[in-house]
Design a protein around this ligand. Structure first.
Ligand code: FNR
Ligand code: LAC
Length: 372
């Protein structure tokens, strides 16, 4: 059945993404809030993601021709209306009953790309259906967590291909979760009725009896953690382009490029995995320098303003992803909230371009950004 989103009003006075965050806080319980908004350990990377974008100074140019300017960009052979995608975020039905379907509907309507999480709480086929019908839509990608059962993983990839997903995003920065203190303090559990439905039927990993002195992490869980060989395996079983998400080191970026990876998402998982990992605004220019345009770069983490998007493009990103802001829009007002978040960010990007003298994103080069 075609999806028609319930219409929820956006609270008056909502002018920017931070306003959506405040509205979301009023609607989410403490446990969901800890999961969605929290980061790992002392949340140093979570805060650094924001402060690093803030610390970059835009150096405007004046009196440049701006008529006919636009936010269009190209990515993996496609023209996008603007360079903003929704990042993969798990369990969106916890934020709003319409969950991932509402995000997909809003993203498609606003010309944004969508990356669906392996741990989505909605069937990947249902999300594709809500997204693919819109002619103005952006790209539809599937984020993959490699499962311990490689046969199950292969079937999941085949389902994504059959449903119309156009690329796979292999997340490589989370062989295990970070130390999620905030979640533990709030005793966070995924509520009954919400689950990673696309993983239904996956048998639990075979239990490895641990001997005295062995580690539950290194001697059990991490036996299934992906390696560079698995990247090649994934490339060999799919016709879709494979991107890696969670790369922060220039040498890893070079290695990925050498393997023919289709693109990289410079990310620290929104500060949720390794605390004290570099802010993405700092990692991005180093990676851009290392790969020299050999493959497209995307970036996420702390993007909250159109000026952040422009800075990311200036430092070498073809596009950006937003995680929590879309989730907050969803919690605030369902599909209308996500659409509003995307609209605000795109409008702010246009304003930032106009005020820096960039008629198009090709004018956004490293010279636009000063280290503050
Ligand atoms: C995530 N992220 C994530 N990444 C991924 O590859 N697979 C996933 O299932 C999830 N799930 C997830 C849940 C929640 C609640 C959050 C906040 C994040 C990370 C996400 O894709 C992205 O990298 C960050 O959210 C970007 O940072 P901002 O925009 O939230 O600051
Ligand atoms: C998270 C996992 C699902 O960040 O990636 O919560």
């Amino acid at each position: 059945m075609p999806y028609t989103p319930a219409l929820h009003p956006i609270s008056s006075g909502t002018a920017c993404l931070a306003d959506h965050e405040r509205q979301a806080r009023l609607r989410l319980d403490d446990s969901a809030w800890a999961y969605f908004s929290g980061g790992a350990a002392d949340e140093i990377t979570l805060r650094a993601n924001r402060s690093a974008w803030d610390a970059l100074v835009l150096q405007p140019r004046v009196l440049r021709p701006l008529a006919g300017g636009h936010t269009r960009t190209t990515l993996l052979g496609r023209t996008l209306a603007h360079p903003i995608l929704l990042a993969p975020v798990a369990f969106q039905c916890m934020a709003h009953p319409d969950g991932e379907r509402a995000s997909a509907y809003a993203a498609a309507a606003l010309g944004a790309g969508l990356v669906l999480s392996t741990q989505a709480s909605t069937a990947l086929e249902t999300v594709a259906e809500a997204f693919l019908g819109d002619a103005g839509r952006g790209p539809l990608w599937f984020q993959l967590y490699l499962q311990h059962d490689r046969g199950f993983t292969r079937t999941l990839v085949q389902r994504a291909e059959a449903a119309g997903y156009e690329a796979l995003v292999l997340t490589v920065d989370a062989p295990t979760s970070g130390a999620r203190d905030r979640e533990r303090r709030a005793d966070f559990r995924v509520p009954a009725g919400i689950s990673a439905v696309n993983l239904a039927g996956l048998a639990p990993p075979p239990s490895v009896p641990l001997r005295a002195g062995q580690s539950a992490l290194f001697d059990a869980l991490l036996h299934h953690a992906p390696t560079w060989e698995d990247v090649q395996w994934l490339q060999s079983i799919t016709r879709l382009p494979v991107l890696l998400k969670g790369v922060l080191h220039p040498d890893d970026a070079r290695q990925a490029a050498a393997l023919g990876v289709a693109g990289l998402i410079v990310s620290n998982h929104g500060g949720r995995t390794l605390d004290t990992a570099p802010a993405t605004a700092h990692a991005l220019p180093r990676i851009a320098d290392a790969v020299q345009g050999a493959l497209p770069l995307l970036v996420d983490g702390g993007i909250r303003r159109g000026t952040d998007v422009l800075k990311a493009v200036a430092l070498g990103a073809s596009a950006v992803l937003i995680g929590r802001p879309a989730l907050y829009g969803l919690a605030h007002a369902g599909a209308a909230g996500v659409a509003h978040v995307l609209r605000l960010l795109r409008d702010e990007l246009e304003i930032a371009m106009a005020l820096t003298g960039c008629a198009t994103l090709t004018h956004a080069t490293p010279a636009l950004v000063l280290q503050g």
